[in-house]
Design a binder for this molecule. Structure first.
Ligand SMILES: *Cc1c(COP(=O)(O)O)cnc(C)c1O
Length: 385
């Protein structure tokens, strides 16, 4: 990964910075397109994972649709050339302003998350003499076997419509001709590595698809969301997730009618491995019980470890003094919070002030979560094109 030319570019840049491997991103997209077109699957990119302009441009050029979770994300997707008829809009708390933004652009579909939201969209359509395509986001009560903060498909989560409310949703849709039911939507969580979870999801999708068909609503789209995990342990060996296996599961287990389309919303699996947070060692502090490597990057640049104990591989990119010995460090940031820690008891070659460190697999939910806490400076970037 860290070839001499990349290292020299990084050495000349101000840290902390996000390094994006656009070559890997393009390869990942090519793989997605090749493996999804076999089954005529439609893939949307979940902008919330990374909305860096250069990243968005490449994804848009590849022809993917956009999965947005705010009005601003819809505007950003449109600005970056995503086709409005390939934009979907999810989120439990859509405001009037955001719904109007989506109506103005006539996006492909609202992924509706509550009965009340359905009523508000119906009302806003009437007031604005327009129509809206609707997919009902069903909470299928499937355990994603992932961290509880990124599980979304259980009854106890705030996401989606609980299944006992679906008859009421159908009543509202039947009463309001400005609402067009076009799909069923599911998204059960993120960083899912146990692929059996997706088989369980398919079983639930089939159940609900039949339920709607029996009531005279054969929807055009079954949207199964995203959530495919990446390998945080081996970012180089497994740089591209196994999309072929992932799509094959849905092809095998989903019972789609001939006219039904299958849609996906992938975020992390598209952009996760193409980004690294690059940082310099500011100080080495040898404590009584621990050695601390204090970096110039902190939770303000990459929040995931502090927010949900996420693991990111930490490695040295360039050391200035070559010693053979290895040391155990707690790798921490400069922010005034004890949770500002990238890794505890990390074994690394002996570090010194000024050495360059990479925190890998930071392309998804990294840059987008950057904070200004402690009045941190804006991020810097290096791109491998
Ligand atoms: C976050 C999100 C996604 C993308 O999830 P990944 O785990 O990044 O693939 C897809 N759909 C919805 C509704 C989301 O909220």
């Amino acid at each position: 990964m860290w070839t001499p030319s990349i290292v020299s570019a990084l050495e000349n840049a101000e840290t902390p910075l996000y390094f994006y491997d656009m070559v890997l991103l393009k390869k990942t997209l090519a793989e997605i397109i090749q493996t999804s077109k076999v089954y005529d699957f439609h893939v949307h990119y979940a902008l919330k994972a990374n909305n860096n302009t250069k990243v968005l441009q490449i994804i848009q050029e590849a022809g993917l649709g956009a999965d947005c979770v705010s009005g601003n994300e819809i505007e950003l997707a449109v600005e970056h050339g995503f086709k409005t008829n390939q934009i979907v809009f999810a989120g439990v708390g859509k405001t009037v302003k955001e719904i109007l933004t989506a109506l103005k652009h006539q996006i492909f579909c609202f992924n509706v998350e509550s009965v009340q939201e359905l009523e508000v969209i119906a009302q806003l359509c009437l007031e604005n003499e327009t129509t809206a395509r609707i997919a009902l986001r069903i909470n299928p009560n499937v355990d994603a076997h992932t961290h509880h903060y990124i599980t979304t498909g259980l009854d106890e989560n705030k996401f989606g419509i609980l299944t006992h409310e679906l008859p009421l949703c159908l009543e509202i849709i039947e009463k309001n001709s400005q609402l067009q039911l076009c799909g069923l939507h599911f998204h059960i969580g993120s960083q899912i590595t146990d692929l059996n979870v997706f088989k369980s999801l398919c079983v639930k999708v089939n159940e609900w698809n039949r339920w709607f068909i029996n009531r005279g609503h054969e929807v055009k789209v079954l949207n199964v969301g995203g959530g495919l995990g990446i390998d945080y342990d081996q970012p180089d060996a497994v740089g591209i997730p196994d999309f072929a296996v992932f799509f094959a599961i849905f092809n095998q287990f989903l019972e789609r009618k001939p006219d039904q389309q299958i849609h996906f919303e992938l975020g992390r699996s598209i952009v996760g491995q193409c980004g690294s947070l690059i940082s310099r060692v500011l100080y080495i502090k040898n404590g009584l019980k621990k050695n601390f490597a204090i970096l110039d990057a902190g939770m303000t640049e990459l929040l995931r470890p502090s927010l949900y104990q996420a693991y990111h591989k930490i490695e040295t990119v360039k050391r200035h003094l070559q010693s053979e010995s290895e040391m155990i460090y707690d790798v921490v940031g400069p922010i005034c919070e004890s949770s500002d820690c990238f890794g505890k008891e990390v074994r690394l070659a002996e570090l010194n002030r000024g050495d360059l460190i990479a925190i890998r697999s930071a392309g998804a939910y990294g840059e987008v979560m950057a904070l200004r806490y402690n009045l941190r400076a804006p991020l810097n970037f290096v791109y491998l094109e």
